[in-house]
Each structure stands twice: as C-alpha cells, then as structure tokens.
Design a protein around this ligand. Structure first.
Ligand SMILES: [Zn+2]
Length: 504
C-alpha cells in the first residue's frame, strides 16, 4: 500500500478539481470460493479517462456524477479509479491490497483535489477487512484531509458502518430495488458536492441502524412493505427539510457486524443550527416504523413444489425467481434444481440460463444441430441429452435503465440448447446476472415464446422481465443466497437482531 504525507487541500483554484473513484463489490461471505484480482480484471477495472468512456451517458451512478460536474462551469472532473467485480465470495487480502495500492497511486498522480466523489457499494468484505468500504474511505479521508468534501453514492444493499459515515460528508443510496435510479442518485450526490463546494450547503450526516435485518424476499421497492417505508422516508425528508434520507435495506449474506438495515440522514447546518437533532428525530421516526412492521419484512417463502403445483393459476410467461442461486447476491448461477423439477414434472417450454463453461465447450465441439449428453449446471447438476440450437460469442449491450446500470455485457462463449423435456437452456462461460432482456432478444430468443422464465435473482430481474412476464413468483430454493437468513451460521452479526432474535 502506498504511504505518503496527507495532501493539504490546496488553494481554491478555478476550476475546482473533483476526483472520482470507487471500489465496488457486494461480498457474500458464505461462499467458499474467494473473489480474486482476476474477477475485478474480468469485471470493471477502469483507470482515468476509461471511467468516462464506459459510463458517460449510461444508467449508472457514475454517469450522473459525470453529468453534473461536467455541467458546472467552475468544476473539473478528475476520473481516477473504479473497480467492480460481479458479487461473489470474500475478497482475498492480496486482491484488496492491490486494488487499494493502485487507487492510491492514481490518486497521487491525479494531483491536488478540492473534493472527491466516491462510488462504493457498501457491502464489500475483504480478508482481514470486514468493513472494506469503511477502510478505504477512511484512508481516502486521511489522505485528502478534513477540509476536502467526500460525497458519494451507495447501493441500498450496503451494510453501512459508522466508519463509512465518519470518513465522508454525505452518502446517498439508490431508492429503488431493482436499482433503476442509479443515475439519478449519482446526480443527487454530485449536486450535493457542487453545492457544498460553493458553500451553499453544509452537510452533516447521521447513521441509524435499527436491530432488523430485512429479508431479501421483501426488498422489492414497488411492493409493500417497502412502499410504506420509502414513502415515510420521503415524507420525513420534506417535513424536516433534510438534504437526503436514505434507506439501506442491507445485504443479509455477509457475516459482518454491520449486517442489516440502516438509515442515513443528511441535514444542512446552513439551514438550521439544530440540523443534527432534526436528523435524529427523523431517523427515530423511521426506525420506529420499521420496528413496528418488522414481521412484514420477513417474507413468506414458497418452495419449488408448491410453486409448480400452483403454476396453472398464473398468466404466462411466468417469471420464476430462483432465490437461492441469486447471481447478484454472489451465487454461482448454476443450480438446476428448478429445471429438474420441471423436467420430471412434465413441464416444457421454459427458459433458464446457467453458468456452465464446461458444457459450452462440449457444445462448441459438437456444433449446431448435434445431440450431446451434458451434465448441466453445477457438478451435482442434471445429466441429460440436449440438442445444440445455437452458439454465440456472448456479447450484448443494454441501453435502458436496468438494475446494475451495465452497458456492455460479456457472457463469454455461449450455447443455447434444448433438453429432451422441451426446455430451452442458455449456457454461459461467465456468470451473468439476469438484468437485461437483451440477454435473450440479442440472441434471437423471443421471451413471449416461453411459458416461464427462470431467473437467477430475487428482485433485480424484475426490471428486465416485468414488462414481459405478467406473473412474478419468488421461489424459495436452497443455496448461498437462500431466502431464510436464519439458516446461515453468523459469528459476527449484531445481536439482538430480528429475525434471529424475536424480541428486539
Ligand atoms: Zn443492490
């Protein structure tokens, strides 16, 4: 790690120089395999101007950050470093230190900054650094000094720590799940930074962590109980004239002290000397609401057999959400459990995408039109004969506002096959979360031609498939992202914490 003297905020030259950086990862600590440097290199490793190349104009928070600073004649954006990997297991120590080292090196090379925009996820865990985001943000604060505003965005799945709050002047989380307001959140954060630099706002922020962990099953913000929680947050923001009131849904699959819900309230000291007490009052009202409705945030959990028994009652195509194999929560995306139930139950004309590089290679050798015998999905997967329908390079793009805000997708070599049972399976060489309908349409597949689409997610795929699928059913399946968090063994979580302890 690079060590050097903290830079003093230098004189306020015009234009004011605003840095932009972030390390972004949602870490599932219940996964055996680690997240390594290769995962970031295969994900997003963007230095200086490449950040702008990738995200300018995208539906992503960085796009919003860029847009606002570009539009401020007295500011200059200095893109520094942004690294992101698909959600996965614990980040190795070597990987984290390499990321940090490179970020600090580029920060040195960027020269003096008047402010810094940051884009962490907020649920990153590295080996030896359980609060990874709190750690790198604290180092950034040390380096820039207390007079340099650090403001940024968070994913609402962040398990926010006090260290993240202490190191920054303002963090604003996306207010939707699926996350379709990422760009808007970037715009809000960058406006706060601009107004802070101009002396028009003096932000003060507060973190409150109610003793409740919200089930992933109940984190869809267009439905209750989230609707009520977010509506109250918005109402309180106006009632107390707050700068921002963020709801953190939390990420249940990280065995860290901060796991669970939280609220970040930002108030303006310029508006009222009592800003912090107003923030406290607003947060306590929101906390009381969550505590009162905590049972509703626990979920109902329907297994695959129950879902298929009831299948005829749903208008088609039905979106079946495989909660236990949620790629966006770090799962492998290779479980064939639902497919096996479909095949043995005589259900045909379904679509499923599986991460399975070995089967892709076998299909590639066999060529289109051939029959091959495959072990689909994970090593304990489904052995079956399939017909190879098509082979692709696996690239497609998305330009609509979708969860994750990604533009360029790379699934690696990809095969589409049909099983003996009449179901269509897409096999990819890279884990690809189901955030874009283009995953099907770009490869010539018509989503309307299926009775059901199985997506490896819980809420995020709804932004992609909601318009196509009139029925959406969450399926409680086993795995490293299973809906019932009480089935995991936590050593480091807070206690008492609902639903682990009923009396909180
Ligand atoms: Zn998220």
């Amino acid at each position: 790690m690079t060590e050097s003297e903290p830079q003093r905020p230098n004189c306020r030259q015009t234009p004011q120089r605003v840095g932009l950086l972030g390390i972004y990862h949602e870490t599932n600590t219940f996964i055996e395999s680690a997240t390594t440097l290769a995962d970031f290199q295969n994900g997003y490793w963007l230095e200086t101007s490449r950040i702008r190349d990738e995200y300018q104009g995208a539906n992503h928070e960085i796009s919003g950050l860029i847009e606002v600073i570009d539009g401020a004649p007295d500011m200059e954006l200095v893109p520094i470093f942004y690294a992101m990997a698909t959600p996965g297991g614990l980040i190795t120590r070597d990987c984290y230190l390499a990321l940090l080292d490179r970020m600090m090196q580029l920060l040195d090379e960027a020269g003096p900054l008047d402010a810094c925009l940051v884009a962490p996820h907020g649920a990153g865990v590295a080996e030896g650094y359980p609060d990874m985001d709190g750690h790198w943000l604290s180092l950034l604060r040390q380096k820039l000094g207390v007079g340099v505003p650090i403001i940024g965005t968070l994913d609402p799945h962040a398990n926010v720590s006090q260290a993240m709050i202490d190191a920054t002047d303002g963090l604003i989380a996306y207010a939707t799940n699926p996350h379709i307001d990422q760009k808007q959140t970037g715009i809000e954060a960058a406006r706060l930074l601009v107004n802070t630099l101009r002396g028009e706002v003096s932000p003060v922020q507060l973190l409150v962590k109610p003793p409740v962990a919200i089930s992933i099953e109940q984190q869809f913000t267009s439905n209750q109980p989230c609707l009520g929680l977010y509506a109250l947050a918005q109402e309180l923001e106006q009632r107390f004239a707050l700068v921002s009131m963020s709801v953190l849904l939390g990420f249940p699959y990280a065995d860290v002290h901060e796991m669970g819900s939280g609220f970040i309230v930002i108030a303006d000291r310029n508006q009222s000397p009592a800003a912090i007490s107003q923030a406290e009052e607003a947060a306590s009202i929101l906390s009381a609401f969550l505590m009162e409705h905590k049972q509703a945030f626990n979920g109902k959990k329907s297994g695959v057999q129950a879902v298929l028994r009831d299948f005829e009652n749903h208008p088609e195509p039905v979106l079946l959400l495989d909660m236990g194999d949620n790629i966006g929560g770090g799962a492998p995306g290779d479980s064939t459990l639902i497919l096996e139930h479909l095949e043995t139950g005589g259900f045909s004309d379904f679509f499923i995408c599986l991460y399975d590089p070995e089967s892709v290679a076998q299909c590639g050798e066999a060529k289109v039109g051939a029959d091959v015998s495959l072990f689909l999905g994970g090593k304990r997967g489904l052995k079956t004969r399939v017909e190879v329908l098509a082979l692709y390079d696996g690239h497609f793009t998305e330009d609509a506002p979708r969860h994750g805000g990604f533009v360029h997708y790379d699934m690696g070599p990809t095969a589409v096959v049909r099983t003996m049972g009449g179901n269509t399976v897409m096999l990819t060489s890279r884990r690809t979360p189901p955030y874009s309908l283009r995953q099907l349409t770009a490869l010539g597949l018509d989503p309307h031609s299926f009775r059901g689409i199985i997506a490896k997610g819980v809420n995020a795929p709804i932004a992609a498939y909601g318009d196509v699928c009139p029925s959406i059913v969450q399926v409680d399946t086993p795995g490293v992202t299973q809906a019932d968090m009480t089935l995991f063994e936590y050593k480091n979580r807070r206690a008492p914490l609902f639903p682990f302890e009923e009396s909180v």
